[in-house]
Design a protein around this ligand. Structure first.
Ligand code: RIB
Length: 247
């Protein structure tokens, strides 16, 4: 079960990031499904997982579009709630180096209540996966419920924020990128951060872009996994995809 955000992504490609006050021409515009939670759910489903998504959308065209995507991917949407708030959107700029900058307007993703059908989905799951684009109180409630039912809990601490000690204490696995790991651990080096975080969280997987990933458990690095060499086209959702497939 993935509990998380569902957004419509509004993606502009442009050669470089605009300076403050500058107007520049982009090269393309595209809309598509997104949200860290939805991206993870789709990745897990495409990797062969039996996936249910717990999320919130608005009663609008964007919401309908996201439901269609989840249905087409064979993801269980019994936990997808239609709210009075609009569907979340993310304004994304992708520059020629493949890097992105994202601004999210959360809308329906702010919904904080966990209802009985959603609690039932979590209780029956093997894994519960959450990120930080839904209210913290909701995530804590869901993680506690998962723990109470022996469900393995997975947290991607994105978008980066600290401190999130209560969430970390409820996670069996965390999957931060190097920047998020550094912020949470308070040390710049990704391996040192992974080691430090693994003294509280049983399994820490730090993604390092082109440098691959490291896994730390019980205060030591237990695995270093190289990345395939590719030319980056668009890094949007790369971390989400990694987590979905990992789970
Ligand atoms: O991680 C990428 C995602 O972050 C995008 O799809 C966007 O919607 C934001 O949630």
């Amino acid at each position: 079960v993935v509990l998380g955000s569902a957004n419509v992504d509004l993606v502009v490609r442009q050669p470089r990031r605009a300076e403050p006050g500058e107007t520049m021409f982009g090269t393309s515009f595209q809309t598509g499904p997104g949200g860290k939670g939805l991206n993870q759910a789709v990745a897990a489903a495409r990797a062969g997982g039996d996936v249910a998504f717990i999320g919130a959308i608005g009663d609008d065209a964007f919401g309908a579009q996201l439901r269609e995507v989840l249905d087409a991917e064979g993801i269980d949407t019994r936990g997808l709630r239609v709210t009075a708030l609009p569907t979340g959107v993310a304004q994304i700029t992708v520059t020629d180096d493949g890097e992105n900058a994202i601004t999210v307007v959360a809308g329906a993703n702010e919904t904080a209540e966990l209802r009985d059908p959603e609690r039932a989905l979590i209780a029956e799951a093997s894994h519960l996966v959450v990120q930080l684009e839904r209210p913290e109180a909701l995530l804590i409630e869901a993680l506690r419920h998962a723990r109470a039912h022996g469900v393995t809990t997975v947290l991607t601490p994105a978008p980066a924020r600290a401190p999130i000690d209560e969430l970390l204490a409820l996670a069996d696995v965390i999957v931060p990128n190097a920047g998020e790991a550094a912020l949470l651990a308070g040390v710049a080096d990704a391996e040192e951060a992974a080691v430090s975080l693994s003294r509280t969280v049983p399994t820490v997987v730090v993604t390092r872009g082109a440098e691959g990933a490291v896994v730390a458990q019980r205060g030591e690095i237990v695995s270093r996994v190289p990345a395939a060499a590719v030319t980056a086209v668009d890094t949007t959702g790369a971390g989400d995809t990694f987590t979905g497939v990992l789970v």
